[in-house]
Design a protein around this ligand. Structure first.
Ligand code: 2P0
Length: 340
């Protein structure tokens, strides 16, 4: 190792939104059209791991993702590095490390770009690692946001909201922890990996086509603040029935505006719809919601449920959707945790 080299390694988990982010009002600064709320998952199952090294002998910024060198032309990557260096400059204008180039090495322990929030974990991890390496204090969620919107929520553990903010420069578009994971320790997640193939339409592209073409989309935005309030209330009161209903309805609405997009975007597959039917059947038999589904920009289901109901739900899932049969790849069980 070179004499002056400094390095730092960190991990960051994915988050799965229960009130979804879909649409930007400013594409450059990554400012959303609505606030969103998510649960940060445990690091054992789905996480990004990043090492950043700086050294005066490095001649250029370089990055490797899952072993493959990436282009540093990405505006988002450059923005994130610029923001971190700006923070260092504000603290000490002549800090010698400002001129040192970075080498970034990142890997995910799950499929990248398959609708499993890989960019959220990836950018949260990168920004957190950079902040450790350069000793940057204070809120870093607004920097992670400029890498990938949903990444700002992975900076905190437990239940996290991304407040959309109103300022033009995005200074108030930050992530805030609603409650730590310890607030609701019985909550569990079960991720049903229907497909780990790369998605056909990226979230970034898909959401802007929705903003530009969907007639239902403005109607969705009208109800978002009320939904956020209801969701926070259900989390504060640990009211699973209401938490589940709000979660499922928001997922359904997101996929409805995707279908209303022109040309339409369809992320869910037949198996995804079968999972939806199974969940509603089970909830109906139980006469209350014991499990909730939510789908991101892909066909994989994230189920939320309480610890006591895991055996019952898992046995049903494995009966109806045996792994490697019915196109189901695998299951990942997890629980929310506090991170970073
Ligand atoms: C969410 N998704 O709230 C929603 C639900 C996908 C569906 O945030 O363009 O990868 O990088 O800001 O963060 C995925 O969007 O998009 C996403 P960019 P991002 O989790």
């Amino acid at each position: 190792m070179a004499r002056n080299m400094k390095s730092s390694t960190c991990t960051a988990p994915v988050n799965i939104a229960v009130i979804k982010y879909w649409g930007k009002r400013d594409e450059e600064l990554i400012l959303p059209t609505n606030s969103s709320l998510s649960v940060t998952l445990g690091q054992d199952q789905l996480r990004a791991k990043t090492t950043v090294a700086i050294d005066p002998s490095f001649t250029e910024d370089r990055m490797w993702l899952n072993g493959k060198e990436q282009s540093m032309k990405s505006a988002r990557l450059r923005n994130v590095l610029r923001e971190i260096r700006n923070k260092v400059r504000k603290r000490k204008a002549d800090d010698e490390t400002l001129s040192w180039k970075v080498h970034i090495c990142s890997e995910n322990n799950f499929p990248t770009a398959a609708g499993l929030a890989s960019s959220a974990a990836g950018y949260a991890c990168l920004v957190f690692t950079l902040s450790k390496l350069f000793h940057v204090d204070g809120d870093i969620s607004s920097i992670a946001r400029q890498g990938s919107g949903s990444a700002c929520r992975s900076v905190y553990g437990g239940f996290v909201k991304w407040v959309m903010g109103t300022q033009k420069d995005g200074a108030d578009s930050i992530a805030v922890q609603v409650a730590p994971a310890s607030h609701w320790p019985e909550l569990r997640t079960l991720i049903l990996v229907v497909s780990d193939q790369k998605k056909h339409t990226s979230s970034t592209e898909g959401m802007q086509t929705t903003v530009n073409t969907s007639q239902l989309f403005p109607r969705r935005l009208l109800g978002m603040e009320e939904k956020m309030e209801q969701m926070e209330k259900s989390i504060n009161e640990k009211d699973f029935h209401s938490f589940a209903e709000l979660t499922m309805k928001d997922s359904n609405q997101l996929h409805s505006v995707c279908l209303d997009t022109y040309p339409p975007i369809s992320y869910m597959k037949d198996v995804s719809h079968q999972i939806v039917r199974m969940v509603h059947c089970l909830n109906s038999i139980c006469e209350r919601n014991i499990v909730a589904y939510t789908f991101d920009a892909g066909p994989n289901a994230c189920l939320y449920l309480l610890e006591k109901d895991v055996p019952r739900v898992l046995s049903l899932v494995t009966t109806f959707f045996p792994p490697k049969d019915n196109n189901m790849e695998k299951f990942i069980q997890g629980l929310p945790v506090d991170v970073l």
